[in-house]
Design a protein around this ligand. Sequence first.
Ligand code: F6R
Length: 242
Amino acid sequence: MQIVILPTAEDVAEYGTQLFIRQLTEKPQSVLGLATGSTPLALYRLLISACQQQEVSFAKAKTFNLDEYLGLSADHPQSYRYFMQQHLFDAIDILPANTAVPDGCAADPVAACQQFEQQIADAGGIDLQLLGLGRNGHIGFNEPSSGLRSRTRIKTLTPATIADNARFFAPGEYQPHLSITMGIGTILDARKVLLLATGANKAGAVKAMIEGPLTASCPASALQLHQQAVVVLDEAAAAELA
Ligand code: F6R
């Protein structure tokens, strides 16, 4: 695991953006794994700007998102498909058919999980997987106690994650407690992994992820097993490291 500590969250976004641009420059047909949440927003804004200035193109790329709420349709404002359209896909030159987000409304969600794994395999596997980090150490929606070799499946969200994500939902609005998420095994299969974490509220999870032990209690600690994992932190998120 390579650890990069930079002064600010803006520096983290800039560093991550440059890794994406390098990936797409070296391999325009890259398969990219993407994340939602607050952390990647600045990186997506920088990628949009780079694409509009023709410094990078997604025209040959394919993307797979980590997760989706079970029960939310693509046009639901809190769905992760909607998030990706708003914050990245609609503003870059990617072909809509080349973007995949787990289907939160699949008639057979278990079959949809297997199909998602097959789609990734058919695309040749993920070249670069972007990750955020939950305060409880989750990656994707792999909550504590997730199997370290797990594949895409339905996961129940913990009360802590439901509370953390309540900020995206209006008071009284239905908030799903179930998700479809790539597994930890799926994430570890990516050829490169880039995890971004910013802010003091991630410092405890960052310490557990990096300094161990390797444990299902901190799913992100599984990245210790990955040969090409880069963790980019701002100083606030790195504050508890030894
Ligand atoms: C999002 C995802 C989650 C988030 C994590 C951090 O697709 O899979 O693991 O990356 O919950 O969220 P933020 O960035 O909002 O702190």
